[in-house]
Write a protein of this length. Structure first.
Length: 691
């Protein structure tokens, strides 16, 4: 129990056991409030929500003896927006920009017992503004409620209750002294009614009046209330919860007769991406690329003339992390690209890659920011046996770490000033956790609407720690989860356990670094299956350019793309066969159905075929539900039975992919999937019309 600091504490200095110091604290409070949840690491880190979402709080609360207790949930928005008007318009929904919650005043919600005898209480609150929110649970002995309960029992048993009515009158008078004038007068009149010379029935009716109970609860004696510790919520804008991402390399845009595309050329690609229904266009680094140790095509150690190099090898004589690669254009060209994206309803996400090419200006100006070998040379990045000779990682433990951290914050704020509101962060698990917690807090103090996506394909605890440190979303192991068992176990971990309170998955189906063997060998049906899974299992998902053309040529025996776009310009013919229509249709369905815009409503359903996975999603208000069924076999026909778990004798499901209706019934229903014909269903229960 956390004792409220408003009350004096008397510490006992006498040890109950000789030779052992006592840790007991003398305090007359009787209510214990404990095990408040959700809570991350005892409140060390906040839980996460987006504007408009609710937080369901559970707590254990009890007292000695048989007295009733009252328990309330308290919450408040504790920070007001302090940025520019332009940022407010960009990041805040119009309905909440001037929300009354932008004040530090507690709001209270009575908690109710979840079941008799469990001493577990619950209530919910809604978060309505971006930024920090707090909540706590408070409980106290309900003296009036206990008296009222006992009065009802004694009167019902025919016992004399005159003394009890006098006790009640005294309790009401005490409450009147705590109340404002209007309620005080009303309560004093009711106190008189309990002791006046009138029939017992009328006095009992006055004592058991519901309005009296409500006013007494309003002015309860909380002098010995027990408060839990204060827990925090970080509230993001909607894009943190829901969105479809598209990754593209601007240098691959533009006419085929030019060496490489520019940001202005890439503007022409935005209409195509918007027409596919995406919400975010993500650009790999757009900064100058190092020349001295530039990588060649297919990661060759030496570049040939004209090889553009890897965008992640940042920095040259043309500048560093705040410069634009001259081949892509200028800062003004980037602004034009961003403005065109916004006109089409797209947000631009930019890559944050904290590393330098050997000819980055910082290597010369701040050699102390890097790790050095015994011979004095700077160490390049390695992930043995892989070597990244074109990249120098920072030393986040250097003696001059403060100036390094500040420089990286300055870079982030620079791009925010250019209108960037989302960052995809490269390999954050190779940087210090406390750095990320500091940097994200510093950014959010100035721009609470900025989002950070963690590209951390690493051990689970590292990924989760980055999310706790403040990352908005994270890449996941989804790419490597291809069987029914793998999908059910992994997604249940992400959205069916406490992990969901702080970790938001973004299910990328492929990346420039990852072309899974399932896609390499499965052809178009494999791409269809993975698209359906990513877009309907996850409220946030993404694809890397070329997925819609089912590109699957790989370096043999690896997950690396052959002729990887990381090291060369890749011009594509967007008229080639692919799954563009399916991508566009799926994204339209996602925007039209709230069930697919949240992760928490996910539920898996039974199938009698291990190659078929079935699951549903329900919107928070319960009004929208989508049932998705996918064949995981891209090579052969699969069929079997699925339990839709719909409690109606007969109902109609509409496949939103092609508007085909299916008549189903309670229990198990038959499905069949033929590669090249149908790889899955996205089914919507047609509302039953009642007369």
């Amino acid at each position: 129990m956390t004792i409220d600091s408003r009350q004096p504490r008397v510490e006992s200095r006498e040890s109950p056991v000789e030779g052992r110091e006592s840790t007991a604290t003398a305090d007359p409070r009787r209510v214990v409030v404990e095990h408040v949840r959700p809570s991350i690491d005892g409140g060390r880190f906040p839980i996460k929500r987006t504007v408009g979402e609710r937080v369901e709080v559970l707590a254990d609360a009890f007292a000695d003896g048989h007295d009733l207790i009252a328990v309330v949930l308290r919450d408040r928005h504790v920070t007001a927006y302090t940025g520019t008007a332009e940022s407010a318009e960009q990041y805040f929904p119009a309905s909440s920009a001037n929300s009354a919650l932008n004040v530090s005043e507690w709001r209270e919600t009575p908690m109710t017992a979840t079941a008799p005898g469990l001493d577990e209480w619950t209530a919910t609150f809604q978060v309505d503004a971006i930024g920090w929110h707090e909540y706590q649970v408070s409980g106290w002995v309900d003296r009036f409620g206990t008296w009222r309960r006992e009065l009802r029992i004694k009167a019902g048993a025919g016992q004399e209750v005159g003394v009890e009515l006098l006790e009640g009158s005294l309790l009401i008078r005490e409450a009147a002294h705590r109340a404002e004038e209007a309620d005080a007068d009303w309560l004093l009149a009711r106190a008189d009614a309990l002791t006046e010379n009138s029939p017992l029935d009328s006095r009992l009716a006055a004592a058991l009046n519901d309005e009296l109970a409500a006013r007494m609860a309003k002015h309860a004696d909380r002098s010995r209330a027990s408060d839990s510790g204060i827990l925090r919520v970080w509230v993001d804008r909607e894009r943190a919860r829901f969105g479809a991402w598209y990754e593209m390399f601007p240098r691959s845009a533009g006419p085929a007769d030019t060496p490489a595309g520019t940001l202005r050329d890439a503007c022409a690609e935005l209409t195509r991406i918007a027409d596919l229904g995406f919400d975010v266009v993500y650009l790999p680094p757009i900064h100058p690329i190092g020349m001295s140790v530039r990588k060649g095509r297919n990661n060759r150690l030496h570049a040939a003339p004209g090889d553009p190099g890897s965008p992640w090898a940042i920095g040259s004589a043309d500048g560093g992390h705040t410069a634009i690669d001259p081949g892509l254009g200028t800062l003004e060209d980037f602004r034009l690209f961003r403005e065109e994206a916004e006109r089409l309803g797209l947000e631009v996400a930019l890559d944050l890659a904290w590393q330098c090419a050997p000819d980055h200006p910082w290597v010369r100006e701040h050699p102390e920011w890097f790790r050095h070998r015994p011979d004095g040379t700077i160490k390049h990045a390695e992930n043995p046996p892989k070597k990244y000779q074109d990249i120098f990682p920072f030393d986040f433990e250097s003696e001059d770490w403060r100036s390094l951290w500040q420089a990286l914050l300055d870079v982030t704020l620079f791009w925010i000033r250019q209108g960037v509101g989302i960052f995809r962060v490269d390999n954050p698990h190779t940087k210090t956790f406390t750095f990320w917690e500091w940097l994200i807090d510093e950014v959010h103090a100035r721009h609470p609407g900025v989002l950070f996506l963690s590209e951390a394909f690493t051990r689970p605890k590292l990924m989760y720690r980055l999310a706790k440190a403040g990352f908005t979303q994270s890449y996941t192991y989804f790419t490597w989860r291809n069987t029914k068992t793998e999908l059910v176990e992994y997604l249940t971990e992400l959205v069916g356990t406490d992990v969901r309170e702080f970790f938001r998955p973004n299910l990328f189906a492929n990346t420039p670094d990852i072309l899974h063997a399932y896609l390499q060998a499965g052809g178009r049906p494999a791409f269809e299956a993975r698209l359906l899974l990513a877009a309907t299992l996850g409220a946030s998902y993404g694809i890397y350019s070329g997925f819609e053309l089912c590109e699957r040529a790989a370096v043999p025996g690896t997950e690396e793309y052959l002729n990887s776009e990381k090291y060369e310009v890749r011009r594509r013919d967007w008229t080639e066969p692919g799954i563009r229509e399916l991508v566009a249709r799926v994204n339209t369905i996602r925007h039209e159905h709230a069930a697919l815009q949240y992760d928490r409503g996910l539920r898996f359903h039974e199938t009698d075929n291990a190659r078929i996975v079935a699951y549903s999603k329900r919107s928070p208000d319960g009004r929208d539900r989508i049932l998705t069924i996918v064949s995981l076999d891209p090579h052969g026909m699969q069929h079997g039975f699925v339990d839709a778990a719909i409690d109606e004798d007969a109902f109609t499901l509409l496949d939103l992919l092609d508007e085909a209706p299916y008549g189903w019934h309670r229990g198990w229903n038959y499905v069949r999937f033929d590669p090249g014909v149908r790889q899955g269903h996205v089914l919507w229960p047609v509302p039953t019309r009642r007369t």
